[in-house]
Design a binder for this molecule. Structure first.
Ligand code: NAD
Length: 311
């Protein structure tokens, strides 16, 4: 459906996603506030623009991959933002893959649908927006195996599917605007809590005299089995190739987990849902960050419980 794709936000995730779009043959135009990143792309022969609005002018679809809600609002609504000029938009579709709160995703979707299309090729009455955050991290972004959780109009999802699958292996439609963002923060809330549960239990086991390796073996063929125990074990030396076995380097930074838990807590408060574990997890990750571990993988939470050597 789409040939020209704009990409804004070429950081750890976005640069790898944009590279996969280039590999898939899309005509890509990029923008980032970081001049070094822009230079790298122009040296590669990729078209770079100084503002989000100029990217929009050159693209049928624009993808954003930015740190947080405030950056996304700036790129959409700021001066020379994607929606600059009020109403007449060149892109038929705007996709935000940043992890942000569902409320902001919904507000942006309304702003986009209040705009008018310069060229009405698809019989869409207005430009459309999808919130399409990802799971998988930098390794999956590089390999093109991300999972996209997509909220918005189903028509827009169907039109975007092959584009998304050039950067990922799954694209799951979640429902109306904001449901992709909701899926992402709920997924990360569940992972944060399961990582805390596994860490707490393995630390207690060690203090009671059973090694983390033996207890993990038991978990993995018992009812405690989960991703945090069998694929991303938090105890150094229990599993090779995971962040806990390389001093918690690489992986998913604790500060990003803290950010996602803050989003979950704010959403729970807004809709009046009880969330005692969100609150606890939020406090524990805030403490980990304050203690200087904000760049370590989030499985370093094991050391919140156990200060020994691990396995
Ligand atoms: P990052 O900080 O590495 O990259 C963000 C990029 O956006 C940077 O290059 C920055 O210069 C650029 N930027 C910031 N403000 C801008 C603006 N106003 N205009 C243009 N460019 C701007 O972040 P990341 O790790 O790539 O993460 C991006 C998003 O993906 C975040 O919402 C994050 O939570 C989410 N996410 C990250 C991971 C991960 O493992 N890193 C995994 C899943 C989801």
């Amino acid at each position: 459906h789409f040939e020209s794709v704009g990409f804004i936000g070429l950081g750890n995730m976005g640069s790898r996603m944009a590279n996969n779009l280039l590999k898939a043959g899309y005509k890509v135009t990029v923008h980032d506030v970081n001049c070094n990143v822009m230079k790298m792309y122009s040296d590669m022969g990729v078209s770079t623009k100084q503002t989000p609005f100029e990217v929009a002018e050159a693209s049928e679809v624009v993808i954003t991959m930015l740190p947080s809600s405030s950056h996304v609002l700036e790129v959409y609504n700021g001066p020379n933002g994607l929606l600059h000029g009020g109403s007449l938009l060149t892109p038929r579709l705007l996709i935000d893959s940043s992890t942000i709160d569902p409320q902001t995703s919904r507000k942006l979707s309304v702003s986009v649908s209040n705009c008018t299309l310069k060229d009405t090729k698809d019989n869409w009455e207005s430009p459309l927006m999808l919130d399409a955050p990802v799971s998988g991290g930098v390794v999956a972004a590089e390999a093109g195996t991300l999972t996209f959780m997509v909220g918005g109009s189903e028509d827009a999802y169907l039109a975007a599917k092959s584009l998304l699958l050039s950067m990922g292996k799954n694209a799951i439609f979640c429902g109306g605007p904001g449901t992709g963002s909701a899926a992402k923060i709920c997924n990360n809330l569940a992972v944060a809590v399961s990582m805390l549960g596994v860490s707490e239990a393995l630390a207690l086991g060690q203090s009671l005299g059973i090694t983390a390796s033996t207890l993990t073996k038991i978990f993995n063929c018992s009812s405690a089995r989960c991703w945090s125990s069998d694929s991303y074990n938090p105890v150094p030396g229990v599993m090779p190739g995971v962040p806990s076995s390389r001093n918690y380097s690489g992986g998913f930074a604790s500060k990003l987990m803290a950010k996602d838990l803050n989003l979950a807590a704010a959403s729970a408060e807004e809709v009046g849902v009880k969330s005692p574990l969100t609150f606890l997890a939020q406090n524990i990750y805030a403490e980990i960050c304050e203690n200087g571990h904000e760049s370590e993988d989030f499985s370093c939470v094991f050391h919140h419980y156990y200060s020994g050597k691990g396995e």
